[in-house]
Design a protein. Structure first.
Length: 169
């Protein structure tokens, strides 16, 4: 019985020595990393996106924004604080104007045409168009504008109706 154990130990040691030397030889140089995508191009400066109609009152930047028709303008000001994993140029402020005055503002996410399918499963609005959608159990409103090869996504919490009690989950 002792001879069998000695034979097993010798074979195991030889096997470890052979595979150990191969493993060391394989990891002398770093592995080739996959290439990363280029940083997407975003518009610079202020950019008028057109008008949208909000069917409900929403909360924009923590303040109420009444239902109605607004002119939407993307500002050059980046949204701060930076969110992890975002590109600074692609997270900016959008202003909602009525009668030439800013009625509210909210963060807009700028999504290049090539990446829009990674962000949303819904069909995008046509080029030069927009759509407004109620999302997630009527809790959020999304304004989606397609202009100049970029998609502009703005998400608002829907404002609670006066006297309504918040839903518990």
């Amino acid at each position: 019985m002792k001879k069998q154990w000695v034979l097993v130990c010798v074979l195991a040691g030889a096997l470890v020595a052979v595979t150990g030397s191969d493993a060391a030889a394989q990891h002398k140089a770093p592995n080739q990393q996959p290439s990363t995508a280029e940083v997407p191009k975003s518009p610079t400066g202020d950019l008028a996106l057109g008008s949208v109609r909000l069917p409900r009152s929403v909360t924009a930047d923590g303040k109420p924004l009444a239902a109605g028709t607004y002119q939407v303008r993307v500002t050059a000001q980046p949204a701060k604080p930076d969110a992890v994993g975002t590109t600074e140029e692609l997270e900016r402020w959008a202003e909602f104007l009525q009668a030439g005055k800013v009625a509210g503002r909210e963060v807009v996410s700028i999504v290049p045409q090539a990446e829009v399918k990674l962000v949303s499963k819904d069909a995008p609005p046509p080029s030069g168009g927009s759509k407004v959608q109620v999302l997630r159990g009527n809790d959020y409103l999304r304004v989606w504008i397609n202009r100049g090869g970029n998609h502009y996504l703005i998400h608002f919490p829907v404002a609670a109706a006066p006297g309504a009690t918040p839903a518990t989950k």
